[in-house]
Every structure is written in C-alpha cells, then in structure tokens.
Write a protein that binds this ligand. Structure first.
Ligand SMILES: NC(=O)c1ccc[n+]([C@@H]2O[C@H](COP(=O)([O-])OP(=O)(O)OC[C@H]3O[C@@H](n4cnc5c(N)ncnc54)[C@H](O)[C@@H]3O)[C@@H](O)[C@H]2O)c1
Length: 264
C-alpha cells in the first residue's frame, strides 16, 4: 500500500516528482487519465499535478480537481499538496472543506523539466502555517525531495499562489518588453544586439532574464507561447477583473502578444 499518490504522474509536472520518488525507492502510486500505477487506498499524502487550463472567457478550469477523492481524504486526514498553478484563493477554498492543503508551486520549464526539478533554488510552500502542518512537511516530505540551495519558505496559500503568477506574468512581460524595444531599434536604426547587451551590463536586468526572455525570434515566432504564459496571463487578468481591479498591464500584454503571434 503506497503512502503517497501523485495525480497527473504522466504529465510534465507530476512526471518529474513521480520519477524522483520512484528512483529513491519511495512506495508511490500514480493516477492519470492514461494510466494508474500502484495502490492508492491507504495513502497519507496526495500530490495534485493536474491541468488548470484557461477557458476562452478567461475563467480557470479546475474541473480535473473534482475527480479526486476529497470526501475520503477529509475523513482520513490525508494531506493534500497542490502543485498546479491555481488562482489566489483556490487552495483556501479547498482547505475550507475540512482538508489539510499545501500549495507547492512548480517553476520548471517543460524543455528542461528534469534538470529544473532536481536542482531547485528554494521551495515556496503555502499552508495553514500551524506547527503541525510545517512539522509534517519537514519531517515526512522534505527529506524525500531534491536538496535545494535555500531552505523551504512557508507562507499562507494566497501568497504561494500569487508568487507563481508573479513569476509567470513577469516572464511574459519581459518578452513583450523586449519585443517592444526590438521594434524601437528597427524604427530608429539602433543596433539591437548592442541595446540588449547593454541591459544586463547595467545590472538592472539579469543575464538569466536576457537569456530566457529576450530571444525575439525564439522558435521562429515572436511573443510568448507555451503551456503556461498565455493561460496564466489570461486567467490572472480575468481574475483581476472579477475582483473589480484594473488590469491595464495584462490587457496590453495580451493585445501585444496577439499582434506578435499574428492573431490581431
Ligand atoms: N508544463 C509546465 O512547464 C508547468 C510548469 C509549472 C507549472 N505547471 C502547472 O502544473 C499543472 C500541470 O501542468 P502539466 O504541464 O504537468 O500538465 P500535463 O498536461 O503535462 O499533465 C497533466 C496530467 O494530469 C493528468 N490528468 C488530467 N486530468 C486528470 C484527472 N481528472 N484525473 C487524473 N489525472 C488527470 C493527465 O493524464 C496528465 O498526467 C498546471 O496547473 C500547470 O499550469 C506546468
């Protein structure tokens, strides 16, 4: 009987965790749409690495979450770790149903997923911040995971949820900004490589950011794409609008990206 189950263990995020735990001899079960491995009846920890697509309306679709065993887990005090990117308030809402919920967002890139997973800088872990929740994580989960450069930071789940969006929206924003400056160079006759080199030399933009976000013709297309940036910018924008908050920056990013990707 496995102690841990990973939902989404054949996906990008769940696949790395599942592989890591298996390679370390942990008795881990996996549940995905295409396959179930192991016995999940007596699990004590459930890691949810499920998809959270953004609908055309901008609403986040967390339908996959409703297919798991919430009721049974609440009765058996199973600890739930959400690894998916979810809008602020989602984990708090789930926890309000008598569940112990952690949010441990993932920051890997699909192309370098395994390498990113095994070399974490730090872990941000949202939870209810009680001593027992933090002790359970430190004692039962932390020793199973790759060693991080910095110690795990515990916080409330609204904060861990927001950190994930802050990271992804910032990446998308840098891509739009770099594209804008590239167009300035084309219009002014300025030397784009010299301009883009100057930014990290000045120190306000890191070399890592320039490498990740300033490659204007990455994959022979401009703007941001991939599994995360478009869906996360769209979901956060719609969420802000639902909160009655302005979203001009995200509105502009979406408009610019649609034009750059040839959809405007
Ligand atoms: N792909 C990335 O680079 C990346 C990086 C960081 C965070 N994330 C986030 O992690 C989450 C998962 O993304 P992913 O890229 O791993 O998705 P994915 O599409 O690669 O994998 C999803 C997994 O969930 C399974 N699944 C779907 N519905 C299910 C259900 N109802 N019951 C059981 N299993 C089900 C699928 O079979 C698959 O194994 C998303 O919230 C995403 O935003 C993704």
């Amino acid at each position: 009987m496995s102690e841990i189950v990973v939902y989404g263990h054949t996906g990008v995020v769940g696949g790395q965790l599942y592989k890591w735990l298996q390679e370390r001899g942990v008795d881990v079960a996996g549940v995905s749409l295409d396959r179930t491995d192991g016995d999940i009846e007596g699990v004590r920890w459930a890691f949810l690495c499920l998809p959270t697509p953004t609908r055309d309306s901008g609403a986040q679709d967390i339908g996959a979450f409703w297919t798991v065993r919430w009721q049974e887990w609440a009765q058996r005090s199973v600890r739930i770790v959400i690894r998916s990117t979810v809008l602020p308030g989602t984990c708090g809402f789930i926890a309000s149903h008598n569940l112990t919920v952690y949010h441990w967002p993932e920051f890997l890139s699909a192309r370098t997923a395994w390498q990113d997973f095994i070399t974490p800088r730090t872990r941000f872990v949202g939870c209810d911040m009680t001593e027992s929740s933090m002790a359970a994580w430190r004692g039962e989960i932390e020793p199973l995971l790759p060693v991080a450069v910095e110690a795990t930071r515990f916080m409330d789940t609204a904060t861990s949820e927001t950190i994930k969006y802050a990271h992804n929206v910032h990446g998308a924003m840098q891509i739009i900004y770099a594209n804008q400056m590239y167009d300035v160079c084309k219009a002014s006759g300025a030397d784009w490589p010299a301009v883009s080199d100057a930014m990290p030399q000045l120190g306000y933009v890191s070399y890592r950011q320039r490498g990740a976000y300033w490659d204007i013709f990455k994959d022979a297309q401009r703007g941001y794409a991939g599994a995360c940036f478009p869906k996360d910018v769209g979901a956060l924008r719609a969420w802000l609008q639902c909160q009655g908050k302005p979203s001009e920056l995200l509105d502009g990013m979406e408009a610019a990206n649609a034009r750059l990707r040839g959809r405007a």
